[in-house]
Design a protein around this ligand. Structure first.
Ligand code: KG4
Ligand code: ZN
Length: 331
């Protein structure tokens, strides 16, 4: 019986979870700071760090309490040590170190992107590598060949903005506020995805979102300068269609290239229903299986870190107590 406490603080969610044997979630406590950061239109790193400090002990205690697990019975303490906001990451890493030291338990580092992928193991208990995974979140957009539980090959990635970052920036110019992804997606339901033809830059498995963001801004400015009405819903729908088309085509390219038999989706943008449907249709067309976690496991959470931590732990990947956090940690 392996009980892992997973701690996540890489951005604006303070989260902790206890899992049993990797895939069974006993508790999953998430304290979101979104309401604080929306006042500023995006995550303010220093404010995020300070709020993590205030919340972390309570969140960890709640996770243990809800799981009905005494900390002395934990097998290990897992924590996100990158990539992410450095000050925010350090709060989780310091808390994990303190706990691991005081309990004499192994300290297990987890790459945040590995965590997002692992959300699929929780949602689909029989899923095993190898599979292809698109991780699309606020800070990352990668297409990965997940060769084994701890072995990844990057097949493609964004050359500039992450998909979620593009959603957040477009939400800001449409006056929708932060976090932008869900708001753009909601507004897009009332718009025509073919109303505006925004660019879809793609090079094999690599892609770019900086251009589509600029195209949206220029499109709005031009209409405003000409005194014409700005069709917000059509712009949201057309932007979303461009992003989803690009991601789907890049995944298709990677799937054909590698002959993948399974395709998985992960990360905050994976809660986008248009993207879920598009990738699910692609998988059907290619005759491969499709996996995606429920939206609550797509955005940042502790359960995914605990699950990834389990696989790191059973393969002996514990860290010494001088473990550091890294803003740009690679998989
Ligand atoms: O994985 P996540 O919680 O944090 C990072 O690791 O970055 O992802 C957050 C990102 C934000 O950019 C947010 O706008 C985006 O995921 N997002 C969405 C949706 N829900 C969250 N983007 C598009 N459609 C959504 N429904
Ligand atoms: Zn994330």
């Amino acid at each position: 019986m392996t009980l892992i406490l997973g701690i996540e603080s890489s951005c604006d969610e303070t989260a902790a979870s206890v899992t049993l044997d990797g895939r069974q979630v006993l508790s999953d406590v998430i304290y979101s700071q979104a309401d604080i950061h929306k006042l500023y239109g995006g995550v303010v790193p220093e404010i995020a760090s300070r709020n993590h400090i205030t919340a972390i002990s309570f969140v960890i205690d709640e996770a243990l309490k809800k799981a009905n697990v005494k900390k002395e019975n934990l097998s290990a303490v897992a924590v996100t040590n990158g990539p992410g906001l450095i000050g925010a990451l350090l709060v989780g890493v310091s808390a994990a170190k303190g706990l691991a030291y005081s309990l004499s338990k192994p300290l297990v580092p987890v790459n945040h992107i590995h965590g997002h992928i692992a959300a699929n193991y929780i949602a689909s208990p029989t899923l095993e590598p190898p599979f292809l995974c698109l991780v699309a979140s606020g800070g990352h957009s990668h297409i990965l060949n997940v060769k084994d539980y701890g072995e990844f090959e990057v097949l493609g990635a964004t050359l500039d903005d992450a998909a979620g970052e593009a959603f957040d920036k477009v939400a800001r110019v449409l006056g929708l506020g932060y976090p932008g992804g869900p708001k753009v997606s909601k507004l897009a339901e009332q718009g025509d995805p073919n109303a505006v033809s925004f660019p879809r830059p793609l090079n094999g498995c690599d892609f770019s979102f900086s251009g589509v963001k600029t195209a949206v801004i220029n499109y709005i400015h031009k209409l405003e300068q000409n005194g014409q009405p700005v069709p917000h819903a059509d712009i949201a729908a057309s932007f979303q269609a461009a992003v989803v088309d690009v991601l789907t085509s890049a995944v298709e390219h990677a799937a054909v290239k590698t002959g993948a038999k399974k395709i998985a989706l992960a990360g905050g943008v994976a809660s986008n229903s248009f993207l879920r449907t598009s990738l699910s249709s692609l998988a059907e067309r290619l005759g491969v299986d499709f996996f995606v976690p429920p939206p609550t496991l797509c955005t940042d959470n502790g359960a995914m870190i605990s699950c990834a931590g389990y696989y790191n732990y059973i393969s002996g990947n514990a860290a010494p107590l001088n473990l550091n956090a890294y803003a740009t940690l690679r998989l």
